[in-house]
Write a protein that binds this ligand. Structure first.
Ligand SMILES: NC(=O)C[C@H](N)C(=O)O
Length: 333
């Protein structure tokens, strides 16, 4: 077959601020997300034509805070079908930034392909002054069409940086430098070229034991946030509401208040899993630090923040209910 001159990239649009519109150019924070259809986004960047052959597909038109487990599974299945198409070299997903880190981690774990899957959003709507969506989308298409982006797991392109979809998190709610990875970005994309500096160490995509093609749904996992003066009843309510695991977004090292410990132990003995993460954001929670996890059969979230731990716990619970296995999964991914 003759080599194609340009990579073929599909832009799968889900909504978010990158498809947002405000009343005036000064509305950078007050606007409606998920308004502009994907074909209009593509038409607004004729330069895309220089770097890839692009086509759009509208998966959803929602703000990302409204993503559900069912939507994650539906999106994952569509991405999987696209990357199996020999005509497709890479996929870009336009996404709201609020839960982009959950979707990127989920796809990093369930898409069994080494083709680039690149998530992108924006912090300002396209109608605003210094809107960031156009360049972010252009950069994302460049990365999705790059052979050197293959095999690196899902990627997030924001603000000229290329992040691992596993590591990245939204840290600022109102500026264009919103995304951050505690272990650093993987690379940069500048003027249509990629520059790489590191690769992910954790298992992903082609080597993952999770597979979107056989996944039908995700079990319920709730995150409960550690503060002073917690209420044990809230943990029991999560269990009654059908949670199979609770991610405890603990203070500091994932610590648990002394008056909560008995409730968490009792819930564990009833079959619910306890995953200790931290509300701090950076760092990592170690086993048997703060609490005797071995004795209580609790799991620690390693370096995953609570919302990422929720995604991995849900996927892990589709495979096992064994605490040691769950912990092995948290170390590995
Ligand atoms: N900047 C954004 O995209 C925020 C928006 N609420 C969303 O996540 O859809």
């Amino acid at each position: 077959q003759p080599a194609r001159s340009k990579p073929q990239v599909v832009i799968l649009a889900t909504g978010g601020t990158i498809a947002g519109a405000g009343a005036s150019a000064t509305n950078s924070a007050t606007y409606q997300a998920a308004k502009v259809p994907v074909d209009k986004l593509i038409a607004g960047i004729p330069e895309l034509d220089n770097v890839a052959q692009v086509r759009g597909e509208q998966a959803f038109q929602i703000a990302s805070e409204s993503f559900t487990n069912d939507k994650l599974v539906e999106l994952g299945k569509r991405v999987s079908a696209l990357v199996k198409d020999p005509q497709v070299d890479g996929v870009v997903i336009t996404h709201g930034t609020d839960t982009l880190e959950e979707t990127s981690f989920f796809l990093n774990l369930v898409i069994r392909s080494d083709k680039p899957v690149v998530l992108v959003g924006s912090m300002r709507p396209g109608t605003s002054m210094s809107a960031d969506g156009m360049l972010n989308l252009y950069n994302a298409v460049v990365v999705a069409g790059s052979a050197d982006a293959r095999g690196k797991g899902s990627l997030v392109v924001m603000n000229d940086q290329i992040h691992s979809g596993r590591d990245v998190t939204k840290r600022v709610n109102i500026q264009t430098n919103a995304f951050y990875s505690q272990w650093g970005p993987l690379g940069m994309v500048v003027e249509g070229r990629t520059y790489w500096f590191r690769t992910p160490a954790k298992t992903h995509t082609t080597r993952s034991e999770f597979d979107i093609d056989t996944l039908r749904s995700l079990p319920e996992v709730h995150v409960l946030y550690g503060t002073g003066n917690m209420t044990p009843e809230v943990y029991k309510a999560a269990a009654r509401a059908g949670a199979r695991a609770i991610v405890h977004a603990g203070t500091g090292n994932g610590s648990v208040a002394n008056y909560l410990v008995d409730t968490l132990k009792a819930l564990r003995s009833e079959g619910l899993h306890i995953v200790r993460s931290s509300r701090v954001g950076d760092g990592l929670v170690l086993r048997n630090s703060e609490q005797p996890d071995d004795k209580y059969e609790w799991v620690v979230a390693h370096d995953l923040n609570p919302q990422k731990a929720k995604i991995l716990a849900a996927l892990a619970l589709t495979k096992t209910g064994d605490t040691k296995e769950l912990q092995r999964i948290f170390w590995q991914y």
